[in-house]
Design a protein. Sequence first.
Length: 99
Amino acid sequence: AIQENRITTVQCLSGTGSLRVGGEFLARHYHQRTIYLPQPTWGNHPKVFGLAGLSVKTYRYYAPATRGLDFQGLLEDLGSAPSGSVVLLHACAHNPTGV
């Protein structure tokens, strides 16, 4: 990607500001207008992406009964999402669950 000049960067203010800039970029330049957020997620995430112009859907992430990852639910929900879907992943220590 670097050799083909397909890399770019942008600096944003804060995590929320970064999500807003990313959401607006996707809404303007990507064919999918829906973002999938884990359930639960931060309380401001649905509003941030909605105001950026994206529709928000959720996917199962947390299993309260086991206090762990709902892996089967996650696979089912994301497996039924359209090809090329935008998915927000909390890649390290999911907040607010810590999973």
